[in-house]
Design a binder for this molecule. Structure first.
Ligand code: S3P
Length: 170
């Protein structure tokens, strides 16, 4: 898998950030994040971009960032949870490397992110329902990944081990 990127997709709270950090460290690769690039480009937080410019604008910037990051080599790409929604994004990412879907159940996702307030799509009265609804709408998109890892009940290192075993046999 020389020069092939590892691309992590999955719902908010699936563990993409911590897993991408662990993979980058263990494999000596650089880690990049679509959300972090968007925040840097826009000089605003994700919440502020959603509030001031709206989700369609966010998705547009996200696609530009995905295109740019897909040109890089030998990087672990931590993708925002909605990156898979646009066909052009998933196509660019698949060309750039192995796309891994980090799966988690709605209850586990809720438990992991209930303290956070930086996820505009879940800032509502019933976040668990919002998670379940969005997750079922998105299943078909996450299903386009090359490989899937269930993260419920696993440590970051266990998840990283599974991914490393898969990518080294690609
Ligand atoms: C989103 C996920 C977030 C961030 C934005 C939208 C989504 O990233 O990109 O709030 O649509 O699922 P994380 O998955 O890293 O939380």
């Amino acid at each position: 898998m020389e020069n092939k990127n590892i691309v992590l997709v999955g719902f908010m709270g699936a563990g993409k950030s911590v897993t991408s950090q662990a993979l980058a460290q263990r494999l000596g690769m650089m880690r990049v994040s679509t959300d972090e690039c968007i925040v840097e480009r826009e000089s605003r937080s994700i919440n502020e971009i959603f509030e001031m410019k709206g989700e369609p604008y966010f998705r547009q910037v996200e696609s530009q960032v995905v295109r740019a990051l897909s040109e890089r080599v030998n990087v672990v790409i931590d993708c925002g949870g909605g990156v898979v929604l646009r066909k052009e994004n998933i196509e660019a990412l698949k060309k750039s490397g192995v796309v891994v879907y980090l799966e988690a159940s709605p209850e586990v996702i809720y438990d992991r992110i209930k303290q956070d307030s930086h996820r505009p799509l879940l800032n509502n009265d019933d976040p668990l329902k919002a998670i379940s609804d969005l997750l079922s709408q998105r299943m078909v998109y996450y299903g386009q990944a090359d490989y899937k890892v269930m993260t419920d009940g696993k440590t970051v290192d266990q998840v990283a081990d599974e991914i490393i075993t898969f990518v080294t046999h690609c």
